[in-house]
Design a protein around this ligand. Structure first.
Ligand code: MIG
Length: 642
C-alpha cells in the first residue's frame, strides 16, 4: 500500500477493523474520537449535531433525494425489489458522505463491512448518528474547502474507478425471459430493421442449463461459440449474467471442485451451508477466501473462451430464498401453530414466520468465511460478498483474457468494488417515481466511485408505458450504463415494440452522437477522481438556490440536464444558475437553441424532446451516430458552443 500524504484525511480506529480492501492508501491512525463527533461507548454510536444549513450528500445507492437529510439508511446489502421511500437498505453499502452547509464542509467514510446505520436527522432532526452493529470500524474524516475537493481526497484513498470498454457506452437491450438464440436474434433484428443503434444484448439466467453458472443450455443455444460470433458480426456483444449460488448437483464441475477443495461457505459445524436460489439448492463460493476466489474467477474462462466480453454479477448480496436449516425450523413452527387455537395475533405471528423466509437475518448468521486466514461469521462482513465476487472475476480477467477489456457490473456492492466494476441499481419498477429516483441516485454513486452505473431503463418490475419509457430513455442517454431491462412476465419493452419508433430511434441516435462527449467526461472523472454526474451545488457554490435542486444534474463539465420525469408533462421549470444555451433536441441533427439568462424558466419539452443546457465557454461535440459505438467517427465532430 502506498502511503497517502494527505493531511486532510484522518483515520480513527475502533475495535479490530477488518482489512476490507476498500482503501488502497495507508494513513496513520489518530487517537481519540473523530473530529466533530461525539462517541457513546455504551451504544457504540457516533453523533454529530447538524448545523441548520447542513446538507448531506452521498451514501451511494439509497432511496430518497440527493440531500440525504431527514431519513435513516442502513448499509446492509439486501435483495429487495420494493424500492419504496420507506426502505432503509437496498443492494449496496457505499458508506461515504459529505456534510455541507455551503461554507463548512467535511466528508466521512465508515469502513465497516457489517451493518451500519446512518440516522441523518430521522430520530432527532438535528443529529446525524452512525451506529455500526459491530463496532470494528475504520472511521475516516476528510476535510477540504469544497465537496469536490473532499471527494477527490476520498477517491485517492479508495483508488481509481473501473473503466469499461468503450462499446459498453452504447445502448443495451435486456430482458429476463430471452430463452433461446432465436429470441436474441429477434431482438437484434428488431433493432436493426428500424435502424436503432444497439451494442449489447444481455443474457439473463435463461441461457444456463438449469441455472448452473458457466453452463449453456445446448438445446436452446446450440453451437454457442458460433452464435457469439454471429452476433459480433452484427456488431452486438452478448453479455451473460452470473449468479452467486452454485447448484448442488453431482457431476457438475463447479460444484464438485468447490466441494472437494472446501471453497464453499461453511456453517459452524463445518458443513457447507445449503441455501436455495434459482438453481434450487446451492452452496455459496467463499469469495473472501483468496484461493476460492481465484478458482471461481477462472471459471469465467468458459465464457470468455467462447468470445464473451462482458458480464453482470447477480444475486450477490447474497440473496437467499431459503436455507435448508431455516426451512426445517419453519416447518416445525408451522406444525406448532397448527396444534394451537390461533387468535388473530397468533395468526399474524404465523404469517410472519412464513413470510420472512427469504433473506432472513438469522440465515446470514449461519455461515462463515475464511477471510485473511481467519474464520469470520458472514454477518460481520456481509456487505463484502458482492464486492469480492466481482473482484474475483475482474482479477481473473487479467489472466484469462489479458488483452481484452471486459465489461463487468454487479448488483451488490461495497465501497472499493468501484475499482473492479460498475453497478446497476437492481429491481426498480416501471414507475415515474423510480425515474426520479434514478436521477437522484447518480450523484451518490459517483461520489463513491461508481461512475459506470445506471438503472433498468423503463423499469424492471411492473408494466411500463410508452411515455414513461421515452422519458426514461431521455435521461438514460446521459447515464454511462444505458440498459433497457425488464422482468419475466411484465409487458415487453424493447423499443421497436412501441408506436413512436422514429422518436426512439432519434433518441438512441442522440446518445450515440453524444458518446465522444460522455466518454471523454467519464474518463476525466475516472482519471482525476472526479464526478461525471453532480448536483448543481457542487459547482455553483455561491448560489443558495442550487442547494435545493433535486431534479437537475450536471453531466460532465459542459452540460446541465433537466429531465422531465412526470406523466403528461410537456415542459418543466428549470433553474439556471448562470446564463446558458438551451439545446432542445428532437434528434442529434434536429434541435433548436436559445440563450437563456440566469434564473427560473418554464421550458417546453414535448414527449420526444430532450433538454440540454450548455454552460458558458463550453462546447458540446456531436458525432454522427452509427449502429454501434465502434463505428462512430470520434474525430469528425460538429460542435455547438456557447
Ligand atoms: O430473483 O435473473 O436484479 O435483473 O433479471 C431475480 C433474474 C433474479 C434479479 C436481477 C434481475 C434479473 C433477475 N434476478
Amino acid at each position: 500500500m502506498e502511503y497517502a500524504h494527505n493531511k486532510y484525511i484522518k483515520k480513527y480506529e475502533f475495535g479490530n477493523p477488518y482489512d476490507t480492501g476498500a482503501v488502497v492508501a495507508r494513513i496513520d491512525k489518530t487517537a481519540g474520537i473523530p473530529d466533530r463527533f461525539r462517541f457513546d461507548a455504551e451504544t457504540d454510536t457516533f453523533s454529530y449535531t447538524m448545523k441548520e444549513k447542513d446538507m448531506v450528500f452521498g451514501l451511494g445507492e439509497t432511496v430518497r433525494g440527493i440531500n440525504k437529510r431527514g431519513w435513516i439508511y442502513v448499509s446492509n446489502n439486501s435483495d429487495d425489489p420494493v424500492h419504496d421511500e420507506n426502505k432503509t437498505s437496498l443492494y449496496a453499502s457505499q458508506n461515504f458522505f459529505v456534510v455541507d452547509d455551503g461554507k463548512d464542509v467535511f466528508g466521512v467514510f465508515i469502513d465497516n463491512p457489517g451493518s451500519v446505520t446512518f440516522d441523518i436527522g430521522y430520530t432527532d432532526a438535528n443529529v446525524l448518528s452512525i451506529h455500526p452493529e459491530y463496532n470494528d470500524t475504520s472511521f475516516y474524516v476528510i476535510e477540504g474547502a469544497s465537496p469536490l475537493e473532499i471527494i477527490r481526497s476520498f477517491r485517492e484513498l479508495i483508488g481509481k474507478s473501473y473503466i469499461p470498454p468503450i462499446w459498453a457506452f452504447g445502448y443495451g437491450q435486456s430482458r429476463w425471459g430471452y430463452k433461446t438464440a432465436g429470441d436474441i436474434r429477434e431482438v437484434a433484428a428488431g433493432y436493426k430493421e428500424l435502424g436503432i443503434p444497439l451494442d449489447m444484448i444481455y443474457m439473463d439466467i435463461d441461457y444456463m442449463q438449469d441455472f448452473k453458472d458457466f453452463t449453456i443450455n445446448p438445446e436452446r443455444f446450440p453451437d454457442f461459440e458460433n452464435f457469439v460470433k454471429e452476433m459480433k458480426t452484427e456488431g452486438i456483444h452478448l453479455v451473460p449474467i452470473i449468479d452467486a449460488g452454485v447448484k448442488i448437483e453431482e457431476g457438475y464441475d463447479v460444484y464438485e471442485e468447490g466441494k472437494a477443495n472446501g471453497y464453499f461457505c461453511k456453517k459452524e459445524n463445518g458443513e457447507d451451508l445449503v441455501a436455495a436460489v434459482w438453481p434450487g439448492k446451492v452452496h455459496f463460493p467463499d469469495f473472501l477466501n483468496e484461493e476460492a476466489s481465484r478458482w471461481f474467477g477462472e471459471k469465467y474462462k468458459v465464457l470468455t473462451d467462447a468470445g464473451i466480453e462482458g458480464f453482470w454479477n447477480d444475486m450477490n448480496e447474497p440473496a437467499i430464498f431459503y436455507t435448508e436449516d431455516h426451512l426445517k425450523e419453519v416447518f416445525a413452527q408451522v406444525k406448532e401453530f397448527e396444534q394451537k387455537e390461533l387468535d388473530i395475533w397468533g395468526f399474524f405471528d404465523f404469517k410472519d414466520v412464513v413470510g420472512s423466509i427469504a433473506n432472513n437475518p438469522e440465515d446470514y448468521r449461519r455461515f462463515y468465511h475464511e477471510f485473511h486466514g481467519q474464520k469470520v461469521r458472514h454477518d460481520r462482513v456481509h456487505n463484502l460478498y458482492g464486492f469480492y465476487m466481482t473482484k474475483s472475476a475482474s482479477e481473473s480477467f487479467e489472466k484469462i483474457c489479458p488483452d481484452k477489456q471486459i465489461l463487468m457490473f454487479s448488483r451488490a456492492s461495497y465501497t472499493g468494488m468501484h475499482r473492479y466494476g460498475g453497478v446497476w441499481t437492481g429491481d426498480n419498477c416501471s414507475r415515474w417515481s423510480h425515474l426520479l429516483m434514478n436521477i437522484q441516485m447518480m450523484p451518490g454513486l459517483n461520489m463513491n466511485g461508481f461512475l459506470y452505473s445506471g438503472a433498468d431503463i423503463g423499469g424492471f418490475g411492473g408494466n411500463t408505458t410508452e411515455d414513461l419509457m421515452m422519458r426514461w430513455v431521455e435521461f438514460g442517454i446521459f447515464t454511462p450504463l444505458f440498459r433497457n431491462h425488464s422482468a419475466l412476465g411484465t409487458r415487453e419493452q424493447e423499443l421497436y415494440r412501441f408506436d413512436r419508433k422514429e422518436d426512439f430511434r432519434h433518441l438512441i441516435e442522440l446518445r450515440y452522437a453524444l458518446i465522444p462527449y460522455i466518454y471523454e467526461e467519464f474518463i476525466k472523472a475516472a482519471e482525476h477522481n472526479g464526478m461525471y454526474m453532480m448536483p448543481l451545488s457542487f459547482v455553483y457554490r455561491e448560489d443558495e438556490r442550487c442547494r435545493e435542486i433535486e431534479d437537475q444534474l450536471l453531466a460532465g463539465e459542459a452540460l446541465m440536464i433537466a429531465p422531465v420525469y412526470e406523466q403528461n408533462k410537456t415542459g418543466r421549470y428549470v433553474y439556471l444558475p448562470e446564463a446558458m444555451r438551451l439545446v432542445r433536441f428532437r434528434a442529434y441533427n434536429d434541435y433548436d437553441t436559445e440563450v437563456l439568462p440566469k434564473g427560473d424558466h418554464y421550458i417546453k419539452a414535448a414527449l420526444n424532446e430532450v433538454l440540454v443546457f450548455l454552460r458558458p465557454g463550453k462546447e458540446l461535440p456531436l458525432a454522427t451516430p452509427a449502429r454501434q459505438v465502434d463505428r462512430i467517427n470520434r474525430k469528425e465532430l460538429q460542435r455547438i458552443s456557447f
